[in-house]
Design a protein around this ligand. Structure first.
Ligand SMILES: [Zn+2]
Length: 141
């Protein structure tokens, strides 16, 4: 299956590119949720953030920061929703890791990420137990 973001990286598909460095690039979304909606990607193909090296993950976030600053300078905005849909179940539409930057303005009709979900019932004891479980995994990968 051809990956459209890999095709953009290869120059085989046009894109409104706004940022490029050695390992990342950014372009404007062709179906923007707001003016300036941009996507930042690693040049190498990977599905999820957990599939790239920590160096690549860091470079991606540095690029997200730079692109966000550039968008705000160009648009006169100060705020943005920055999101990664990390896998198909999370709503990822193109199977190549990408961070969305959606410039936001007061009263734009958008919502916070909390609007995507109903709050889960969870007791403080259940949250504490899960924290121990996850911390154990992180300390003993
Ligand atoms: Zn790809």
């Amino acid at each position: 299956m051809e990956c459209i973001f890999c095709a953009i990286v290869a120059g085989d598909m046009p894109a409104a590119t706004i940022y490029e460095d050695a390992n990342t690039m950014a372009f404007l979304d062709i179906a923007p949720l707001a003016k300036g909606h941009a996507l930042v990607i690693p040049r190498t193909h990977a599905l999820r953030l957990s599939d790239v090296s920590s160096a690549t993950a860091g470079e991606l976030m540095v690029a997200v920061q730079a692109v966000t600053k550039g968008l705000h300078a160009a648009l006169g905005t100060t705020d943005a929703t920055i999101a990664i849909h990390d896998g198909p179940a999370a709503g990822q539409d193109v199977p190549h890791l990408h961070a969305h930057i959606v410039p936001r303005t007061s009263g734009d009709g958008g919502a916070p990420i909390h609007a995507l979900f109903s709050r889960q019932a969870a007791t403080p004891d259940a949250i504490a137990a899960l924290a121990v479980q996850v911390r154990t995994q992180l300390e003993n990968p």
